[in-house]
Design a protein around this ligand. Structure first.
Ligand code: A3P
Length: 290
């Protein structure tokens, strides 16, 4: 694989295979019991997937550990050539209920999901930590455009000149969509603060009931430490030629406020000024954003 070029789809930059196959994604046929796990890249997708899989399998870890995360969760918009299986192809063969990963901004979700009133769990992460995590990911993921220096990357991130487009557009678009659809909007920082509380919300949203013992087991299984060591969750099943974990591990730090180790004072001031402009008028609030 090589670092794919970015091409716009409805104004949002996507890696070439996604842009080339946009018709197939747009016309995808959802089913009423499909569940979307939607995120901006690096907001905590894999963590939420592991939580949802554990809940759906009632904490049966044998079933949860049956395959690597990129195999267990079809990735809706991913198309060939790609190191992960093409989402639309895999989904046609997947038994319901299907748990589907997507990074699409709200307005690009295939309409069929809304016609069937599908449920969505959206995970959002504060912009600065999200940017740092995405920077390291773009360094180690050999299919994504090279991020350049951190200084260059901060500019690209703020402009939304990265795969799947801008963070502001994404988190605000999905936030507003709560008014129209069944969306559970979860914050990474809340999951870090009290994973049990947030997992309980997910259980309720999925209409399940689990014992306190199982809840405890799921908390342990989905902790950063456990997931970092779990080959079915830590992406070690992907070849180094795609994800080079010697550059940066997929389970990198898993912390809140790591941005403080990366932003210079100037970068922080510039970021804050842009942040204030872009978040004006929304009631979406992040605890660690500024
Ligand atoms: P960092 O790079 O800040 O460490 P995604 O799954 O959306 O690609 O997000 C990856 C980010 O979520 C990485 O952030 C990763 O470490 C973090 N992450 C994954 N599992 C986690 C967990 N159980 N607890 C906390 N953070 C987790």
């Amino acid at each position: 694989f090589y670092r794919f070029q970015l091409l716009p789809v409805h104004g949002i930059p996507f890696m070439k295979p996604i842009a080339d196959n946009w018709d197939r994604i747009e016309t995808f046929q959802a089913k009423p019991d499909d569940l979307l796990i939607a995120t901006y890249p690096k907001a905590g997708t894999t963590w939420m997937q592991e939580i949802v899989d554990s809940i759906m399998n009632a904490g049966d870890l044998k079933k949860v550990k049956r395959a690597p995360t990129h195999v267990r969760f079809p990735f809706l918009e991913i198309c060939n050539p790609s190191p992960v299986p093409c989402g639309v192809d895999v989904l046609e063969e997947t038994q319901s209920p299907r748990i589907i990963k997507t990074h699409l901004p709200y307005e690009l979700i295939p309409k069929s999901f809304w016609e069937h009133e599908c449920k969505v769990i959206y995970v959002a992460r504060n912009a600065k930590d999200n940017a740092v995590s995405y920077y390291y990911f773009d360094l180690m993921n050999k299919t994504q455009p090279h991020p350049g220096t951190w200084e260059e990357y901060v500019g690209k991130f703020l402009k939304g000149n990265v795969p799947w487009g801008g963070w502001f557009h994404h988190v605000i678009g999905w936030w507003k969509a709560r008014a129209k659809h069944q969306i559970l909007y979860v914050f990474y920082e809340d999951m870090k603060e009290d994973p049990k509380r947030e997992i309980r919300k997910v259980i309720r949203f999925l209409g399940k009931e689990l014992s306190e013992d199982l809840l405890e087991k799921i908390c342990q299984h989905t902790s950063f430490k456990a997931m970092k060591e779990n080959p079915m969750a830590n992406y070690s099943a992907m070849p180094d030629s795609v994800l080079d974990q010697s550059i940066s591990p997929f389970m990198r730090k898993g912390e809140v406020s790591d941005w403080k180790n990366h932003f210079t004072v100037q970068q922080n001031e510039m970021f804050d000024a842009e942040y204030q402009k872009r978040m004006e008028g929304t009631d979406l609030k992040f605890r660690c954003s500024i």
